[in-house]
Design a protein around this ligand. Sequence first.
Ligand SMILES: *Cc1c(COP(=O)(O)O)cnc(C)c1O
Ligand code: SF4
Length: 349
Amino acid sequence: MPQEDWQLALKQSLTSVRHLADYFEFDASELETVESRYPMRISPYYLGLIEHVGDPIWKQCVPDILELEDSGLDDPLAEEDFSPTPAVIHRYPDRVIFLVSGSCAGYCRFCTRKRKVGCADMALSFRELRDGIDYIAANTQIRDVIFSGGDPLLLPDSVLQDLLARVHAIPHVEIIRIGTRVPVTLPERITERLCVLLKKFQPIYINTHFNHPRELTQQARNACSRLADAGIVLGNQTVLLRGVNDHADTIGELFRGLLRMRVRPYYLHHMDLTRGTGHFRTSVKTGLQIMHSLRGPVSGLASPHYVIDLPKGKGKVPLVPQYVKRKGETLFIHAEDGSVVEYPDVVDD
Ligand SMILES: *Cc1c(COP(=O)(O)O)cnc(C)c1O
Ligand code: SF4
């Protein structure tokens, strides 16, 4: 099989900080210990988005010595306790995460599955994938299958097509979702051929993962357009990251920019407790302040849920700024202009 352009681009990715030192001036020596623990991969396209050492693009993809100093948990969401078979995470009754790929077009330094993404033990065997499909087929309450990993769109078209077809053919599966960062890190992966392939398995929802307005390039815009034109509903999951996007102006610009690309902001994730990512964590207060500042100036369409994923697999919970207080049957609701409005509530039987 001749390689596609995106596969060739992927092969040219930087996988060692030593090579990054050909492009930027920084001390690579201390970072080699980090990359031996947590792999690095930066695609040529994403490398081109870095303007200088330590900028918001750099911080997302270049190893930092702080990754080794952090305590934190290897599996903060206890995903492994909710894994009936290696390729499936089943925490909510009607939906599962199906781990179909162990690699990504770039290894995000803040990744929740940092313990294994990009490592050899994440590569799934055909047998594990088949067991995953058997599990989904045997559990009729599963309506929604979320392809994840790693990045599902790093699979070659033929493998992806095979997995989608098998899941799509299960009668009780109503929708398929794909979580992917390739529109951000390897937009050339979104080929016309891929869109034709995906279109066969509608309804398909894709959640992508833009974290900073500088990622909203013309190439990314074109990739999202191709998907939207194929009738795929696009959402975005942003992670709130200290030093990258933890300002209301940055988040506001990101969310408005996404809407212009036909991508609906779906979740703003509070950083979870993954080991090696502590330097990215903001306070919840900062997140709530950002959410509060969005309510007025930003359209409801551009306001995602701000969610925290609780430890031990207790699930995602939306965090909202306090708007409502109750005294007897009267509610006191904080309006956008700062005033408090008395609102007569009804009493339910
Ligand atoms: C986040 C998550 C889902 C999907 O949740 P939605 O709120 O429906 O997007 C499913 N399973 C697990 C284990 C999750 O963490
Ligand atoms: S693309 Fe997703 S799974 Fe891959 S490293 Fe980034 S956050 Fe983790």
